[in-house]
Design a protein around this ligand. Structure first.
Ligand SMILES: Nc1ncnc2c1ncn2[C@@H]1O[C@H](COP(=O)(O)OP(=O)(O)OP(=O)(O)O)[C@@H](O)[C@H]1O
Length: 506
């Protein structure tokens, strides 16, 4: 039965993410176990790419092989490795296996096997069971057999991705490998995935890009990705925080100076433009740039030339500009704080980064990432979210976006330890420790709960907000499946799609 399902999927025409998801689901059903996870190895870190039976936030976890002896043992062998209930090695998924209320939190049996594709170690497949004795020698042998089919599925999915990339290249858009430095942009929501695809195309185009979005949405990460996927990626990426530039020093910082240009200028010094020559200059919080400097920046962009302070001869520079702002720059233009001509130069390709509350269940994936960071930092065996805490995270409108989420998780982990949780326990974070403001938090750009909508201008706007809220929750709770969400909301799927479009959610 298991052979049949795996082989049928192998022959089917499936998108690569669906293929891998079906693989883990089929294996879980076939082995009748609690969880199966497929993890990809990159730079000594294992990242889950598909899972079934683990909490959804586990997709955001990153497991450093050196810190997880079970994963290291699996990787070290080509045969399957079995960890019995009394194994002394800590379990990387402690507390991450989905359980029914009242079930014990401990996983009993685990086994895993390394996967090898095209002569290289690709990653690992892990299986977890909640009852002891689920896996035995026979199961280990069976896993070795199915690992071959898993490797074939991974290879097919990789080939499919390559074909897609070649098709894109053919259409004029090159696809590059994952950036090797800079933070990974985590999230599985359709809106984020669409944005990343758009960024990959614009990365190649060498146009100035203006990234806009609320504070903490990750504009810096997006700017890094643009640079890393552009033809300039071997050249420097220089970042300037315009809000931190005092007016008196801004010109020298950006364009450099010669010795004696002002008191304290004891030697010639190149500015950030020259440092970025051939590469990218990232102007963060560009809306804060003093007006006097805006004029000089405009000249540099128009002529491709800069002048060091105190020097007469201009110097040519070849720099791509990526600017970011969390203000509406067009408003700045309207009220005279930002030059219209500079705004038009910078915003040749504007990219709006959506706030976290519009990214479905990305909040849980990101929470998983921050839980893992805190688990390692605090030396805790396992950090997980209680179901009520997950619901609270999904409910909250996140005015401070990903940065706020990062702080909330760090604070909650420390609180948990402060309240007596032991490092060698599975620490389950409850909503009280998240300490999320109730109702509408100050500064949140849109209301998200019915009470908060009291401030809304019309009944229609309030009803629309309640509908958006209900749909977002249902889709997130159904792992992004609109069909399932429609069923849980007891509406027809096509009506749900229509309503979501009318509410501006699609
Ligand atoms: N999709 C993401 N995946 C992983 N980490 C993220 C993601 N988005 C943001 N972060 C993290 O959230 C934090 C805030 O991101 P960042 O500083 O890029 O925000 P920003 O939009 O530039 O904010 P501001 O406008 O306040 O400068 C960083 O620690 C960043 O690594």
């Amino acid at each position: 039965m298991l052979d049949h399902s795996l082989l049928a999927d192998l022959a089917a025409d499936l998108p690569s993410a669906v293929r891998l998801q079906r693989l883990v689901r089929t294996l879980r059903e076939g082995f009748r176990c609690g969880a199966v996870c497929l993890l990809r190895l990159q730079d000594d870190v294992l990242a889950p790419v598909a899972l079934d039976g683990l909490v959804r936030e586990a997709l955001g976890r990153r497991f450093e092989v050196a810190r997880h002896p079970r994963l290291a043992a699996i990787l070290a062998s080509r045969r399957s490795t079995l960890f019995p209930p009394d194994s002394a090695l800590p379990d990387p998924y402690d507390g991450l296996v989905e359980q029914q209320p009242g079930e014990p939190l401990h996983v009993h049996d685990c086994m895993g096997i390394s996967l090898h594709v095209e002569g290289e170690t690709w990653g690992v497949l892990t299986l977890d069971a909640l009852s002891a004795g689920t896996f035995d020698e026979a199961a280990c042998l069976l896993l070795e057999r199915y690992a071959l089919l898993a490797e074939a599925a991974v290879r097919v999915s990789r080939l499919e991705q390559e074909v897609r990339a070649l098709r894109m290249a053919h259409q004029g858009a090159h696809a590059h490998a994952e950036p090797r430095e800079g933070g990974e942009i985590l999230g599985h929501s359709a809106v984020l995935q669409r944005l990343l695809r758009e960024l990959d195309v614009v990365a190649d185009a060498d146009l100035p890009v203006l990234l806009s979005g609320e504070t903490g949405v990750g504009k810096e990460l997006f700017a890094r990705r643009l640079h890393q996927r552009s033809p300039r990626r071997e050249q420097p990426l220089i970042q300037v925080n315009c809000a931190a530039l005092p007016e008196t020093l801004a010109e020298s910082e950006l364009f450099g100076h010669v010795k004696g240009a002002f008191s304290g200028a004891t030697a010639d010094r190149a500015g950030r433009f020259e440092a970025a020559d051939g590469g990218t200059l990232f102007l963060d919080e560009v809306g804060e740039l003093p007006l006097a400097i805006q004029a000089k920046l405009l000249r540099a962009l128009q002529n491709g030339e800069i002048q060091r302070l105190g020097e007469d001869t201009p110097r040519r520079v070849d720099v791509r500009i990526i600017a970011a702002t969390n203000r509406h720059l067009a408003d700045g233009v309207r009220d005279g704080h930002f030059r219209a001509d500079l705004y038009h130069r910078l915003s040749v390709y504007p990219v709006a980064i959506p706030p976290l509350r519009e990214r479905d269940s990305d909040v849980l994936v990101l929470a998983g990432h921050f839980l893992e960071i805190n688990r390692a930092r605090l030396g805790v065996r396992s950090l997980r979210l209680a179901a009520a805490a997950e619901a609270a995270l999904l409910d909250y409108p996140w005015p401070g976006n990903v940065r706020e989420l990062e702080h909330v998780i760090s604070r909650a982990a420390i609180k948990a330890l402060g309240q007596g949780a032991r490092r060698d326990d599975i620490v389950t974070l409850v909503p009280e420790w998240l300490d999320l403001p109730v109702g509408q938090p100050a500064g949140a750009p849109e209301p998200c709960v019915p009470e908060a909508a009291e401030a809304g201008p019309t009944l229609r706007a309030q009803v629309a907000e309640v509908q958006r809220h209900a749909i977002r929750r249902a889709v997130a709770a159904c792992d992004g499946s609109w069909a399932k969400a429609a069923r849980s909301l007891e509406v027809d799927p096509s009506n749900l799609h229509k309503l979501a479009r009318r509410l501006g959610m699609k």
